[in-house]
Design a binder for this molecule. Structure first.
Ligand code: ATP
Length: 428
């Protein structure tokens, strides 16, 4: 049976657990073994301390079990292949309760690549963050690190990988696949893998899922976690609004998004903010004069509160960054407003995924497994997206390159061009 591993990498986002659950469960339903890699690329580079290779332990199940056979009887003796498939090694939500990272009593210390069963990912749908952990990994940027990652994948017998992360993580995935034949040849030459293993692992299949609160990937309408982050921001701005109105104050609210203004723009619309600063659409002319003109007009019309939302990557037309404190100073000096700054910070990342992220992650996780099962050495690596409400497959490097082009256009002050790229309709 093919062995499909799933990992989360880069910044966490709500819905990553739902994606891992969907990949694991659909892999099992399609007759594959499901594996997880803890702690992103870092875990893949570290591998399993004992270098333990999982036995093939039978794999006797038919590739497409009938739905009525699910879930299987829990009466199966533990340790059998069938029990591992369904109950998992840990089972009954232990991974969830113990937290994958610290679960020494589950024998996870020094073990980063684990086989999971149906029950191991039970209850993951509504959990925030990523239970299998995520990390940034400098070693994976070097060939030596990717070689260790390749060896660890091979020693666990894994031939297909789903990576859920941002454009950096997906670039890493693409590199791993592109270099794969050379990595395997080098490992064979050094005697780290057998000729049989080298033959069996000639190719690596990779599919990406975009997990990012920023919604910053070109070619897809939504990324996993963006809807939840937006909901968190709206809740926070609603709370701020009532106190702002009580005291007739102004609030400058900084939201995340890195170089992407999607969260700021959508939060501005959803909360009826007075003014929004984005990286892709700097205010016309002098931003101070423009903002004060708008806000003064709103006040003259009787508004008791002023809400300004600023994306963390906000820029002026000349590309100088605009910070919340800059804005506060202008509001206080020019308009005489009692102004407070609120940086929402990590509350935006946390908490339960909203329904839209659970659905997106689940549909995309299922599609990722389908794409892996259909992949051949000739097909490109895909990233799973969504456009006009349909789940799509986009060539991974095309999606990453289009995303990087956005930043380049902003650097050239080609703001319309940057926005056109952000809008997936124009992305191809
Ligand atoms: P986020 O958008 O949340 O920051 P990201 O996936 O873009 O997510 P990065 O920190 O850029 O986050 O990348 C995560 C990891 O992916 C890095 O720590 C590194 O291990 C790997 N990676 C990134 N870029 C490359 C690259 N060019 N080559 C190899 N590995 C890379």
């Amino acid at each position: 049976a093919p062995r499909i591993a799933v990992m989360t990498s880069g910044g966490d986002s709500a819905g990553m657990n739902a994606a891992v659950r969907a990949v694991a469960k659909s892999a099992i339903l399609r007759g594959c073994q499901a594996w997880v890699v803890r702690e992103g690329w870092e875990g893949l580079v570290r591998g399993n301390a004992e270098g333990e290779e999982e036995s093939t332990d039978g794999d006797a199940t038919p590739p497409h079990p009938e739905p009525e056979t699910l879930p299987p009887s829990v009466a199966q003796p533990p340790g059998t292949s069938e029990a591992r498939r369904w109950r998992g090694t840990y089972g009954q939500g232990e991974l969830l309760r113990e937290g994958v990272g610290e679960a020494e009593e589950l024998g996870l210390k020094g073990k980063y690549i684990l086989r999971v069963g149906w029950d191991d990912v039970r209850g993951w749908m509504d959990q925030g963050g990523t239970l299998i952990g995520t990390a940034r990994c400098a070693a994976f940027r070097e060939v030596a690190g990717r070689q260790r990652a390749a060896r660890n994948l091979i020693s666990c017998g894994i031939d297909a990988l789903v990576v859920c992360g941002g454009d950096g993580s997906l670039t890493g995935a693409d590199r791993l696949r592109a270099e794969w034949p050379e990595l395997v040849a080098a490992l064979l030459e050094r005697g780290e893998i057998s000729a049989e293993q080298a033959q069996r692992h000639r190719h690596l299949k990779i599919v990406g899922l975009v997990g990012s609160i920023d919604n910053d990937m070109a070619t897809t309408d939504m990324t996993i976690g963006a809807a939840t982050a937006l909901a968190r921001i709206c809740e926070a701005v609603d709370s701020i609004s009532s106190t702002a109105a009580s005291h007739s104050r102004a609030f400058v609210v900084e939201v995340m998004g890195r170089h992407c203004g999607w969260l700021a723009l959508m939060a501005g619309i959803a909360t009826g903010a007075d003014y929004v600063f984005l990286p892709e659409r700097p205010p016309p002319g002098d931003w101070r004069a423009d903002m004060c003109g708008v806000l003064a007009r709103h006040r003259e019309m009787g508004k008791r509160k002023t809400i300004v939302i600023v994306a963390e990557g906000a820029l002026a037309r000349d590309l100088t960054p605009i910070s919340p404190d800059d804005i506060k100073a202008v509001l206080a000096e020019r308009l005489g407003l009692d102004t407070r700054v609120t940086t929402l910070g990590h509350t935006q990342r946390g908490g339960k995924p909203v329904a839209a992220d659970r659905v997106l992650a689940t549909l995309q996780g299922v599609e990722a497994v389908e794409a892996l099962l259909e992949a051949t050495p000739e097909t490109p690596s895909y990233v799973i997206g969504i456009r006009e409400n349909k789940i799509t497959r986009i060539e991974l490097m095309h999606a990453v390159q289009q995303t990087q082009l956005v930043a380049q256009r902003i650097e050239k002050q080609d703001f319309d061009g940057a926005l056109a790229l952000r809008d997936s309709e124009f992305a191809e």
